[in-house]
Design a protein around this ligand. Structure first.
Ligand SMILES: Cc1cn([C@H]2C[C@H](O)[C@@H](COP(=O)(O)OP(=O)(O)OP(=O)(O)O)O2)c(=O)[nH]c1=O
Length: 195
């Protein structure tokens, strides 16, 4: 009789506490957190969807390990063909929110799972979001709240912004950072969760 092989470990390649919390909702605690430090500059003319997938894959590869599966994600807010930045200052947050005000945009949330043998599987969630038309007072109040800091597109749906979102179609968890349906499916395909 051969000894049972140890369960493969799951490494979460993310510095985001939101991704860890979302993964916990699937009952999974990663064996290790290994944030991936990659160049996140979009390529010249790169479109939001392939960019999100490329980033998730590159993060998974950057955190590669011979003894575990690596899960990585990337969330991109897109206004048409434009990739909106992670806003680091008030001015860029204002610019993003003014652009999103009263119109529909898309959020692409890609996840990638790298197996110990180097095989990479990926999935993409696509969510359409529509903000109400923001008054100057609403915009000022949101900016003053500071929740835009470091967030793709200048907002966080898990905070006050949800009160300004009139409609959403797709995956709420995907917008926050880890689409739970796609993540569960991906983990099940690698037998890391019951399928
Ligand atoms: C649109 C939106 C974005 N965000 C955030 C999540 C991410 O911080 C950011 C997208 O950036 P990401 O590059 O996807 O993730 P990250 O830099 O936070 O973490 P890591 O690469 O280490 O995994 O936008 C929200 O938290 N809520 C939202 O509603």
């Amino acid at each position: 009789m051969t000894a049972p092989s140890p369960a493969p470990q799951l490494i979460l390649a993310s510095a985001s506490p939101r991704r860890r919390d979302l993964l916990a909702r699937l009952g999974i605690e990663p064996a290790r957190i290994a944030p991936a430090d990659i160049d996140e500059t979009p390529g010249e003319g790169e479109l939001p969807r392939p960019y999100a997938i490329r980033m998730a894959r590159e993060k998974a590869v950057a955190a590669a390990s011979p003894d575990g599966y690596v899960l990585a994600g990337d969330t991109v807010v897109a206004a048409g063909r434009r990739i909106l930045p992670k806003t680091e200052d008030e001015e860029s947050a204002r610019r993003c929110l003014s652009l999103l005000s009263g119109r529909r945009h898309r959020v692409f949330s890609a996840i990638a799972l790298r197996a110990p043998d180097g095989t990479i599987r990926e999935k993409l969630s696509e969510t359409a979001v529509r903000f109400k038309r923001l008054s100057a007072a609403e915009l000022d109040a949101y900016i003053a709240g500071g929740e835009w800091h470091g967030k793709a597109g200048g907002y966080a749906i898990q905070g006050a912004a949800e009160g300004l979102i009139a409609w959403i179609q797709g995956s709420h968890s995907g917008v926050v950072g880890l689409p739970l349906y796609e993540t569960r499916t991906l983990l099940a395909s690698a037998n890391l969760i019951a399928g």
